[in-house]
Every structure is written in structure tokens, then in C-alpha cells.
Design a protein around this ligand. Structure first.
Ligand code: 13P
Ligand code: ZN
Length: 271
């Protein structure tokens, strides 16, 4: 059995959350990340029959029974993950009843998974139904995307169009666009269900006045997805109060999509 802190997935998770913190996306305990692992990945580092304790899951995660997740802890600060991984994250398997997490490592101080577990696990289910390679759900509070939700129409087509328009790479990185939820109470099954529904048609879901969810096949890709949207939001926020005299035209956005062989979300370009 190898040291789990040496596992490539663990190192990448620690690097990613540290980087998220460094980007200012995760003040205090803001943000949470879940990474789906295979049994083969876990087996090299943990005795999968040695369950430390079980933690109740507040909904029925039957679709994920037997699956393994590395998940940040509730109330934990991303800035502390590197110095104390086992105190700030946990690795668990979804129990046979679909309503318990069988802890195999972490949450060392008696803690538990993020309060946003419903949004994470329900989003994993939704993304896996459209892309079996999906492994990551990431939530954070990027400043400019958050700011944008206070001054921009929350209509998904309009919000997406603005992001596409304010940075050339956006339509290539997220041709599906972004979906948007109005303000809702966080940490609930309801916001989890609403997020998962939105995840069926896009890998980015903005929570108005709160933050964003991203999903992808690995940590790097998911981080890059949010980073790209946040960059466009930053450019938009710098320009929003100024007269706009240039833009990327919809014909040019189409040109980009054709050249990079991506299909923009149906009806989101005005052509
Ligand atoms: P947790 O500390 O429970 O992960 O919550 C942080 C957060 O961002 C809530 O939306
Ligand atoms: Zn949050």
C-alpha cells in the first residue's frame, strides 16, 4: 500500500484547490470540489474494506452506489488544504443504501463533506449521463462572474453571448455556453436538483449572487473552464461602464466555431 499523499490524484487535487485559492475564488471556506475516482485508483492507497466511519447523505445517491469520491470538507479553507490535506478533505465510497458515505480517508477532525454535496453528486449524475468521462465538479466564487450577476441580465443566452463576446477563446472553450440559476438558498437538495438539471445542457452553471459550478473530465480542464469564463467576465466588468466601440461580431464567433470545429449552443448566436 502506497502513501495516499503521493497519489497523483491527491497531488493534483491539492494543487488545484491551492491554485483556486491563489486566484481569489475561494475566500474563507468558499468553494468545494469533488473528484470521482475509480476503485483501481483508490486500491493502491487504501484498504477499501477498512471504513473509518459512515456519514449520512441527505438525499438518495443510488445512481452512484459503490463510487469513490475525493471531496473537500465543509467549513474548510482552501488555503489550508496543502498543509493539512487529511483535515480538509475526505475520500469516501457511496454505501450500498445510496444514503451513506463510507469514509476511507480524511475528515480527520471528525468533519464531513461539503454542505454542497447535493449539488456535487447530483451534477456528477447529470454530467455522467451526457459524458461518461466526466470526473470533476468544481464550485467557487470568482469575483468578476459574481459581480456580473448583479449588473447583467440573467437570461442564459444573453449571459453566454456576453462572455463569448468579451474574450475570443470563450466560444471555443465553452460552446455549450453557461446556464444560470437565480438566487437560491445554497447547501440544499433543491439547489442541487436545479444545478444538476442545468448541467445536462452546459458544463458551467452560474449561481446568481453566489458563484459558479463547472464540470469536466479532469481537474485541469475544469479549472481552465472556470478560468476562461472568469477572464471574460473580468474584461466585461472593466468595459461595462465605458462606451463600447468594438466587439466580436456573431459572424466572427461563427467563424471561430467552424475553424475550431465546435458547435455553439443552438440559437445562442444571432445569425
Ligand atoms: P462548504 O464549506 O460547506 O463547502 O460551503 C462553501 C460554499 O461555497 C457554499 O456554497
Ligand atoms: Zn459557494
Amino acid at each position: 500500500m502506497y502513501n495516499i499523499l503521493e497519489a497523483p490524484f491527491m497531488k493534483e487535487m491539492i494543487d488545484t484547490v491551492s491554485n483556486m485559492y491563489a486566484h481569489g475564488w475561494d475566500e474563507r471556506n468558499g468553494g468545494n470540489v469533488s473528484l470521482l475516482l475509480t476503485e483501481e485508483q483508490v486500491r493502491d492507497y487504501r484498504d477499501i474494506n477498512s471504513v473509518i466511519r459512515t456519514i449520512d447523505i441527505p438525499f438518495d445517491a443510488y445512481a452512484l452506489i459503490g463510487k469513490y469520491f475525493l471531496v473537500t470538507g465543509t467549513g474548510k479553507y482552501f488555503k489550508n488544504v496543502k498543509s493539512n490535506p487529511a483535515g480538509n478533505m475526505g475520500l469516501f465510497r457511496i454505501g450500498k443504501d445510496g444514503k451513506s458515505a463510507e469514509l476511507l480517508w480524511g475528515y480527520d477532525d471528525g468533519g464531513r463533506f461539503t454542505s454542497e454535496l447535493p449539488a456535487h453528486l447530483m451534477s456528477h449524475i447529470a454530467r455522467l449521463s451526457v459524458d461518461p468521462d466526466n470526473r470533476v465538479v468544481m464550485h467557487c466564487h470568482p469575483t468578476n462572474l459574481l459581480a456580473m450577476t448583479y449588473i447583467h441580465d440573467l437570461d442564459e443566452k444573453k449571459f453566454t453571448h456576453t462572455l463569448w463576446e468579451f474574450s475570443t477563446e470563450c466560444i471555443v472553450v465553452f460552446p455549450d455556453g453557461v446556464n444560470v440559476l437565480p438566487w437560491m438558498l445554497c447547501g440544499t437538495n433543491e439547489i442541487g436538483e436545479a444545478t444538476a438539471e442545468k448541467m445536462k445542457t452546459a458544463r458551467l452553471v452560474v449561481w446568481a449572487a453566489h458563484g459558479i459550478y463547472g464540470a469536466g473530465k479532469d481537474l485541469d480542464e475544469t479549472f481552465g473552464l472556470i478560468e476562461t469564463a472568469e477572464k471574460a467576465a473580468e474584461v466585461y466588468m472593466k468595459c461595462a461602464a465605458l462606451p463600447k466601440i468594438n466587439t466580436i461580431k456573431d459572424t466572427e464567433l461563427k467563424e471561430l466555431a467552424d475553424f475550431f470545429k465546435v458547435t455553439p449552443r443552438e440559437g445562442f448566436l444571432n445569425l
